[in-house]
Design a protein around this ligand. Structure first.
Ligand SMILES: [Zn+2]
Ligand SMILES: [Zn+2]
Length: 270
């Protein structure tokens, strides 16, 4: 019986890897691949949820574990019976997750009966939600640590879809690169600073930010490391060294460097 258990998990993870690989194909322009992705993914969800059920008892895979004889022919539970069991057992399965599972199952059935239409945006969005829901469930349940079983070719895609910490960070780092492309230091802010809020090097130039910078990971806009031009000499200094003052009482304050403010630590001529 424990063998059956492991087979379930192995098959589930194989299907997931296959689904991810098809997903990548679909995204690369081969629309048809989404069809296969849906089939593999739906297989994955059915098997992984059944696997979670069997963690409570291996015989629970069967519709009737009390039957006189159990063999290969015996009926096993379906996807929603697994969902119900896990809920009855006290695990949280959100309404959204259940709805997405129904969506997946319906689409899969449509594909098998050759009558379906697919909105690829909806497919990408729903698959993302399903992936993050299962990862969350896995982490709060008896974790099999799904990410450990993802093939290296599909690793980035998995983290992106499941919106894991790794996935979000990678996206933030890509955004930093985008922000720097075509950025000319002569036109102003062109640096990347460390964000002390989230502790990543992801404070990138952003024209919509008051400080000229915004963290692409956590949206923080403040850092004392950001360099500003001094209102008198025009040299760049990090904010922590400058003072914001309204020198001429114009009701408009500017940043001034310690040198121009005659800070004795920076000049000893007075
Ligand atoms: Zn941040
Ligand atoms: Zn100055």
């Amino acid at each position: 019986m424990p063998d059956l258990n492991l087979d379930l998990l192995d098959n589930a993870l194989d299907s997931l890897n296959e689904a991810l690989s098809r997903y990548q194909d679909g995204r690369d322009g081969n629309d048809k691949s989404y069809k296969f992705c849906i089939q593999h993914l739906s297989h994955f969800f059915e098997l992984i949820l059944k696997y979670y059920v069997t963690r409570s008892h291996p015989l629970l895979i069967y519709k009737n574990p009390f039957a006189k004889h159990l063999n290969d022919e015996s009926h096993t539970i379906g996807l929603f019976e697994a969902v119900n069991f896990l809920k009855n057992e006290g695990h949280e399965i959100t309404e959204r997750f259940e709805k997405d599972l129904s969506w997946l199952k319906k689409l899969r059935n449509g594909i098998e009966h050759h009558k379906f239409s697919m909105d690829t945006n909806e497919v990408e969005e729903t698959i993302g939600r399903l992936m993050s829901a299962i990862v969350e469930f896995d982490e709060s349940h008896e974790s099999v640590d799904i990410s450990c079983h993802i093939q290296s070719e599909q690793y980035d895609l998995f983290h992106e879809l499941a919106n894991t910490y790794e996935g979000r960070l990678k996206k933030a780092e890509e955004l930093v690169e985008e922000r720097l492309t075509g950025c000319d230091p002569k036109d102003g802010n062109c640096a990347v600073y460390h964000c002390y809020e989230c502790d990543h090097d992801t404070m990138a130039p952003n024209p919509n930010s008051d400080t000229g910078y915004r963290c692409t990971f956590c949206s923080n806009e403040e850092s004392d490391d950001i360099e500003m031009d001094c209102g008198i000499c025009g040299q760049s200094w990090p904010l922590w060294q400058m003072k914001q003052m309204d020198l001429d009482d114009t009701g408009h304050s500017e940043y001034y460097c310690p040198y121009c403010l005659h800070d004795p630590e920076y000049r000893n001529d007075d």
